[in-house]
Design a protein around this ligand. Structure first.
Ligand SMILES: O=C(O)CCC(=O)C(=O)O
Ligand SMILES: [Fe+2]
Length: 313
């Protein structure tokens, strides 16, 4: 996909027809060169995506917006504005919560949600989990790994970690002073994102330029996390991304994280290790939970030193 100058948009419908090879190659190139792509015709019913967006926007307006106005980032911005030379704020202009879907003991208690939103999110998680498995198997095929390899690599003792971050990026009076979400790479396996169909803000950094991930109705955005980069021995890369705060528009985002279990041993797939070149640097092996602890302290820093730090463990 040389010469592509925007985040790739890939139509999965063509995977079942005579263009299959072309689409498989598009996905492979997107994983290698962008770490980000948008999927159309991914098989998740559009009316489910519409319901998630509609019900979550309503829930935000009814139950979360007033709280945000009293939150830490809102207070930080107010304080900064009362100073003469205010500097950029080290926080994120976002308001959200996390739902855990996998069989693990939930990391946190799910917040109270209206019954119709909760039911819709259960349905959404089921569909997103299925899509995650399909994407991982497409990656397996492209990487020459046996079917199921990548899911197994995330499984550990208790199955992949799977959860969804539901958030809004409310209108911000001073987007020059705070980001919606500061630049970072994602930590885990793959991330599946339903973003607002109108309000933009998500950007990915490629070759020194920030590219918008344009809102596209009913698309699902996929991106690659650091630990999938390790498993592919660097063939696929996690990429820096950020969300800009905006003066107008309240951006909704529902991001499902399909990650290694904290007990999973993460290491480069043996067939992707260049064995006939003794000088080739391979990625290290580590326990996912150890990486996640370090990531928790260093989310907004470069991934390379924290992956390197795992080598001694
Ligand atoms: O909200 C978005 O569009 C991106 C969220 C994100 O990058 C994250 O939560 O890691
Ligand atoms: Fe992210």
């Amino acid at each position: 996909m040389a010469g592509v100058t925007a985040v790739p948009v890939i139509d999965m419908k063509k995977l079942n027809g005579e263009d299959r090879e072309i689409v498989m190659t598009q996905i492979d190139s997107a994983c290698e060169q962008w770490g980000f792509f948008q999927l159309l015709n991914h098989g998740i019913p559009h009316n489910l995506l519409d319901r998630v967006q509609e019900l979550f926007k309503e829930h935000y307006k009814n139950s979360m917006d007033a709280e945000f106005q009293k939150s830490a980032p809102a207070e930080m911005l107010n304080n900064a504005l009362s100073q003469e030379n205010c500097k950029k704020i080290d926080s994120d202009w976002e308001s959200g919560f996390f739902l855990q879907h996998s069989s693990h003991k939930p990391a946190m208690v799910a917040p109270a949600m209206p019954a119709n939103l909760k039911e819709t999110m259960d349905e959404f998680a089921e569909e997103m989990g299925g899509l995650a498995d399909r994407i991982l198997n497409i990656m397996c095929e492209n990487l020459g790994l046996e079917k199921g390899y990548l899911k197994d690599a995330l499984t550990g003792n208790d199955g992949p970690f799977f959860g969804t971050k539901m958030c809004h990026y409310p209108p911000c009076p001073r987007p020059d002073l705070i980001d919606g979400l500061r630049s970072h790479t994602d930590a885990g396996g793959i991330i599946l994102l339903l973003q607002d169909d109108k309000v933009d803000g998500l950007q990915v950094l490629k070759d020194g330029t920030w590219f918008d991930v344009q809102p596209l109705n009913h698309a699902i955005v996929i991106d690659i996390g650091d630990q999938l980069e390790v498993i592919t021995n660097g063939k696929y890369k996690s990429m820096w991304h950020r969300v800009l705060a905006k003066k107008d528009g309240n951006r909704m985002s529902v991001a499902s994280f399909y990650n290694p279990s904290s007990t999973a041993k993460v290491y480069p797939a043996p067939t992707l290790v260049v064995s006939d070149d003794p000088t080739a640097e391979n990625y290290p092996e580590f326990i996912s939970g150890d990486y996640m602890r370090l990531y928790g302290e260093q989310k907004f820093l470069a991934k390379e030193p924290r992956i390197e730090a795992m080598r001694t463990n």
